[in-house]
Structures are given as C-alpha cells and as structure tokens.
Design a protein around this ligand. Sequence first.
Ligand SMILES: Cc1ncc(COP(=O)(O)O)c(C=O)c1O
Length: 417
Amino acid sequence: MEIVEKMTLNVDRIRKDFPIFDYPDNNNLTYLDNAATTQRPTQVLEEISRYYREYNANTHRGAYRNAEKATLAYEDAREKIARLINARSSREIIFVRGATEAINTAARGWGDRFVRPDDEILITEMEHHSNIVPWQMLVKRRNARLCYWAFDERNGMLEPDGLRIMLSSSTRLLALTHVSNALGTINPVKEIIHAAHARKITVLVDAAQSIPHMPVDVQDLDADMLVFSGHKLYGPTGIGVFYAKEEILNAMDPVQFGGDMIEHVDYFESTWNDLPWKFEGGTPNIAGGIGLGAAVDYVNQIGMEIISGHEKQLVQYALEKLSGVEGVRVYGPMDPDQHGSAVSFTLDRVHPHDLATWLDQHNIAIRSGHHCAQPVMRKLGVPATARISFGVYNTIQEIDRFIIALEQAKEYFSKWL
Ligand SMILES: Cc1ncc(COP(=O)(O)O)c(C=O)c1O
C-alpha cells in the first residue's frame, strides 16, 4: 500500500517505548483517544522516577546538593520548552497545571487588568470549554462582552469574513484554538494574528491540540499568548505551559500568591519575583516539569516534522476510509492539510456512546461525547460525536482494524433498530 511505503517513522520501534502497549490487560490495544491524553514513553516515566528516587528536593529553596539538582532539572525543562516553541527566553514560559489553568491565568492576570467595561473579547464557535468559560466569567466581572466568530458547519472552517465582521474598535482580545479538538480544523492562526495585530488586538492561541502534532513557533506566529498541556504531548498530567511575550507578562498581575512568587514581603505589602517565577506561587509540580522536559526531548529525538507527516498520512487515510462507510458522517474539513489529528464523526442511528462501548469490547479506545465543546455540538445539531485521534504510535493497520470493527458495529446495531 502506497501510504505505508511513504512512512518514514519506524512505528514498531516507537511502540516499544510505550510500556502500556505491553501490559497484559492492554493486549492488542488500539488507542485512538490521543486528543484526550497521550500515552507516556519509558523515557518520560524514567525521568520522573529518577527525580523521586535520586534527587528529590524542593526547588529554588535549599542550598544543598539535591535541591540545586532539582532546581537545575526543573529550570532545564523550562529551557527545553522555550526552545520547542521558539520563545525568545525561558522567562516567557510559565509552568501551570495545563491549558485550562493557563487560560484562567490569562483571564485573571491580563483580563482583570486590561479589559474595561464595554470592551469585547472575541472567541470562535469551535472553542473547548476551557477557552470559553474563563472569558464568560471575565466579561461578567468587567462588564464587558463576549463575541463569537462563527464556523461553517458544512466544512468546519471559520467563516472567512468572520474576523473582518467581528473585530471592532472595542475588541480587546482574540482567543482562538489552533486546532479544534471537536472538528479537527487547523486554523490559519498566523494570518489571523497578523490581521488582529493590524488593529492592535492581543491574541491568545490555544495550542493544546497543535503542539503535540506539528511544529509551533511563537515568534513566527507572533502569538501574544499561547497555552498547552503536557499530557497531550506524551508528558505527565498536571503540568502545562502558559507562554506570553515578556512585555505582556511584565504588565500582568500574578494570580497565585504565596511562596516563591515574591521578591519581598512586609507586614502589609509585597513585591513580586522576576519572570517567570512571579506567576508560580508555591511548590511547583517539579516531577511534572521534569517529565515534560523529557517528553520534549522524546519528540525532538523523533522530529516534530516526522511526527506531523506520519499523523497527516493517518488522518488522510482515516478521512478516506470513514467517508467510504455508508451511514457515517464526518465533521470538519475533508482536506488533510486543514485537518489536525482528531477526526469526529457520527454513525447513523447509533449513539456515539454505544459505538464507543462496542468498540471497547474489541480493544479499540475512542472518544464519544461533546468533547468539552457543547457549542460545537449545538451548531452541528448533534448531542455528541465519536472521535478518533492519533499519536506517534498509531498505524494504518489500526485504522483498518477500527474500520472493520465499525462496519461490524453497524451490522450489530442495525438488528436492534
Ligand atoms: C483545544 C483544547 N483546549 C484546551 C483543553 C484543555 O486541556 P486541559 O484539560 O489539559 O487543561 C483541551 C483538552 O482536551 C483541548 O482539546
């Protein structure tokens, strides 16, 4: 098969890095829920374990050897992340729990400071709840307005005229996803940021679904703020990144107050630490940061371009195969160049939850539900979709296996309907 021959990734070799596939209970597991979370390679697990076993200590505090070692490892991870997204400096990399906490930090630390009554926050109709609810709360606090840039439900693309129509002299911020987790759409964020900047509008990019799957360069995009989660990038849960340009971080207020984030504390007043620690109150997720650094090493060692090319072939193949199944409706763009690593679909007269449960009995893990994007479901006119999403270890053979099981599910459920 042509697609298989084109692959430059040794997936058999890659799969050996992921112990979950060898665990007896997961015998023959086809894991197609990578948009929710990815699996972790041994390299990441070992690095976390090494920290706890060999040099466990708090960071930035002790003057003894292990404390210095822990601090160095944690700060080294920050450097790796800065390089991964081509930040100007690691001072622009704030460790948070994940994309959700990063957006909440932006809404509190930037929004509460700079959004005035009657200002507008523009988001798109395809956002994850994490990029909706913090802005809903901000506009309530600030007496501002939340506006939506619509997408076309026929192809899952943002309305081409939407930005021109929706941007106004009151728009203070545009917050949008790079890749939709519910539709798979890859948004042309570079062009969008350029257009927003021409009107002096600050832009936040939700890169939760792009960072694990394609090279992302914050300087090339000229993103003002950008967020992602470590667990979708083969790293641990509970760690993620809030990136913002240094001048923005300097102008923002911190949102977590306590130890580590201060420079000086007096009885009634305090001053803040330098970047990035100004935003990292309390003992950080040290093992998480170190683990995320190891995950960055892991993807770099394979090469993000290679991962991206591999997954594009999987997406192309899945789009073709799924559209060939009668009764299946695929959502989002059909062009693999515009479609990220998640593919959403419905099967006529079968609820996505029933389908996912049926596939689970065949050791195929897919996602079903609203994918934390209820406005997308409302627009599509469905309560839920089924979603398959790919990672570096997935194969064409797994898609074939999934398609065969899907056809069988269709036959099985047709008996009951
Ligand atoms: C596009 C998008 N944004 C934000 C999030 C939230 O990520 P987390 O739950 O890791 O904070 C997700 C998670 O699925 C996502 O897909």
